[in-house]
Write a protein that binds this ligand. Structure first.
Ligand SMILES: NC(=O)c1ccc[n+]([C@@H]2O[C@H](COP(=O)([O-])OP(=O)(O)OC[C@H]3O[C@@H](n4cnc5c(N)ncnc54)[C@H](OP(=O)(O)O)[C@@H]3O)[C@@H](O)[C@H]2O)c1
Length: 303
């Protein structure tokens, strides 16, 4: 039985021109690295120029009665955190939502979504899944004891991306550590990387039932098969096909600017794109994505 999610809106992205230029550049280069036609038709420009546009939710699947509701804590109540929260509440899950300023500042949004406003510590301890969806640099500001004593089967999902313009230079990542390995080291906890390579507008709007031709696929990287299976189940429920993208050490393949980044590919094309990523080009991928997003982050900082 499908349900319809309410409409919502997020900030607009200025600087579309540069992003568009980058998209053309990538599309032009795509055949050289053997990426699919679908990739060429979904350049990064779309991800970066549309992921901050007003969004409307598409139908998403509600759980059947035999599927247990999950308790999900979300740290970060911005574009991605609020969108995931909204969808998961619609799907029948219990969602706790935290930001940096405290639950009082979240009451209105949480009430509208149907989530519970909490502190980051409470969100981390609220259930079976914890999603960390904050700017990369802010991970270092999270309480050091956030996950201490938490059962090992609690799944921590990292949606984050490293953008030097927004996050400042993080040397360990510049020297080759994947974005999510850095997050995992800071949290003192293994993480599953997911939702980092879909723009918020697509996340809100492109859910389709399982089996729909061209259903958008999302890659999931991480060490624990059980944790990955839970994340993949949530992705399927949200209306996307999950793709196993290997361990966290492989997660650079879905980082900003890679062929698998924010292009709304279906399963075969996403697998092609992940395979087409070239480790030696990570700095180039990162720079291209950072340059494309720079006007947006600069405008955000001026607000
Ligand atoms: N936007 C996209 O399309 C997209 C897509 C995929 C992945 N991502 C990645 O996902 C992450 C979140 O992106 P976003 O666009 O949702 O960000 P956003 O809209 O800027 O929201 C960031 C959220 O993080 C919260 N936050 C910041 N520092 C915190 C802290 N120390 N403790 C608790 N909460 C904190 C903020 O709370 P306050 O408002 O109180 O400061 C805010 O709710 C980023 O790494 C981003 O690169 C984004």
């Amino acid at each position: 039985m499908p349900s319809h999610c309410n409409s919502t809106s997020v900030a607009n992205i200025p600087g579309a021109t540069r992003a568009r230029d980058f998209g053309r550049h990538e599309a032009h280069q795509a055949p050289a690295i053997g990426v699919s036609q679908n990739f060429i038709e979904h350049p990064l420009e779309e991800a970066i120029t549309t992921c901050h546009q007003p969004v409307r939710d598409t139908p998403c699947r509600v759980p059947t009665p035999q599927e247990p509701r999950m308790k999900i804590g979300i740290i970060g109540a911005g574009s991605i955190g609020a969108t995931l929260a909204r969808k998961w509440v619609k799907l029948g899950h219990e969602v706790s939502l935290a930001n940096s300023r405290g639950p009082d500042t979240l009451r209105e949004l949480a009430a509208e979504i149907g989530a519970t406003p909490v502190t980051a510590v409470q969100a981390a301890r609220s259930g079976e899944i914890v999603v960390v969806t904050i700017p990369q640099r802010a991970v270092a500001d999270l309480p050091k004891d956030l996950f201490i004593g938490l059962p090992t089967d609690v799944v921590v999902i990292d949606t984050g991306n490293y953008y030097p313009t927004r996050d400042g230079v993080i040397s360990a990542i510049e020297e080759g550590l994947p974005d999510s390995s850095w997050v995992s080291e800071h949290l003192g906890r293994p993480v599953i990387k997911a939702f980092n390579n879909i723009g918020v507008q697509s996340l809100a709007e492109k859910s389709t039932p399982k089996g729909t031709p061209g259903r958008v696929a999302l890659s999931v990287a991480g060490a624990s098969p059980d944790a990955k299976a839970k994340a993949m189940r949530l992705i399927d429920e949200l209306g996307f096909d999950p793709v196993d993208a290997g361990g966290i050490e492989d997660s650079w393949r879905q980082q900003p600017g890679t062929p698998a980044y924010c292009r709304d590919l279906d399963v075969p094309h996403l697998k092609d794109a992940l395979a087409a990523a070239d480790r030696s080009r990570i700095p180039e991928y990162r720079k291209a994505a950072d340059d494309a997003a720079k006007p947006f982050f600069e405008a955000q900082n001026r607000r």
